[in-house]
Design a protein around this ligand. Structure first.
Ligand code: HEM
Length: 283
């Protein structure tokens, strides 16, 4: 499946590559395998009890409240989206979290104290205020600008597709500092929680110079096209992290080049993630 998504991601950016991909060994087969899988998964789901109110209940209008029933082709396409959106996102986030935890053992202990931390608290992703770059979100509908506005020196005309660069904004020192590139989960704690944490965090996050603008934090996107699985994703990741940290201690496995992991990540809609080897001990 991974091979198929990588090929599909390339073709979606450069459609004429499809002709060549067919000639490259494995490319076409990988796409066909992925398409077969999505058709099979959709048909298996459609045979299930219609009262199960999951994503497909709404996509296929099993409740009969919509006006138009989606075509089989649209459902197959949604099936692939649901598989990718529902699995690769959370598995990549959890892998990245554990990679950070084995590099920062103290953070594991903080996380045990404040289990809501890894996925952030419900305080974030509000739809108002925020830094200047997000201030225009009201003018956006499904990523398409509804009105003319300026971003720095660029004028955006109505009808333009606008995407916010999450990675860059999440690492912008105007919204997250000090050290926006560093894994300091304690930055999410309130002053009261900080005082309860058994760490000298004020050295790392001096209150007078710490900036933490949660309006600039939007991993699930914002507006009408934001992530439909946000609450499920937060819940399942919290459950997995709480359970694992409660039961086990995770540490570096000697000899594993854990520092190189981030550099070897490849993003093709899904993430191709190098393996991480960790030592796991029961608490
Ligand atoms: C760490 C976990 C996750 C992150 C960071 C995440 C992030 C996102 C983002 C940024 C988008 C918007 C993409 C766009 O602008 O078009 C999105 C859309 C979507 N997500 Fe998630 N997601 C996560 C987990 C999930 C899960 C677990 C599911 C389903 C079970 C899911 C289902 C979807 C679907 C169906 C869409 C498309 C919504 C639409 O087009 O209306 N996501 N996600």
């Amino acid at each position: 499946m991974e091979g198929g998504i990588v090929s599909l991601a390339m073709v979606s950016h450069v459609p004429w590559m499809l002709k060549f991909l067919n000639a490259v060994s494995g490319g076409k087969e990988a796409i066909e395998r992925t398409c077969r899988l999505r058709r099979r998964k959709v048909s298996e789901r459609l045979k299930l009890d219609a009262s199960r109110k999951d994503l497909f209940y709404y996509l296929t209008d099993e409740g009969g409240t919509g006006r138009i029933r989606p075509s089989d082709a649209a459902l197959a396409s949604d099936g692939l989206l649901a598989i990718i959106a529902g699995s690769d996102t959370t598995s990549t986030t959890l892998t990245a979290l554990f990679w950070n935890l084995v590099k920062n053992p103290q953070a594991s202990e903080t996380l045990r104290l404040f289990p809501a931390l890894p996925s952030g608290s419900p305080r974030y992703v509000p739809l108002g205020g925020g830094p200047k770059v997000l201030g225009k979100q009201y003018a956006l509908f499904n990523r398409i600008s509804a009105a003319r506005f300026d971003i720095c020196t660029i004028s955006v005309v109505p009808g333009t597709q606008v995407l916010l660069h999450t990675w860059a904004i999440h690492r912008d020192p105007r919204y997250f500092s000090p050290s926006p590139d560093s894994f300091i989960p304690e930055r999410w704690l309130t002053p009261d929680e900080l005082s309860r944490a058994d760490i000298d965090v004020f050295k790392v996050l001096p209150p007078e110079t710490t900036v933490h603008d949660i309006n600039a934090y939007f991993p699930f996107s914002i507006g009408p096209a934001n992530c439909v699985g946000k609450n499920l994703a937060l819940m399942e990741m919290r459950m997995v992290v709480c359970q694992l940290l409660h039961l086990f201690r995770f540490s570096r496995f000697e000899g594993d080049p854990v520092d190189e992991w981030e550099h070897d990540l490849q993003e093709f809609l899904i993430y191709k993630k190098p393996d991480i080897f960790v030592r796991i001990e029961r608490r």
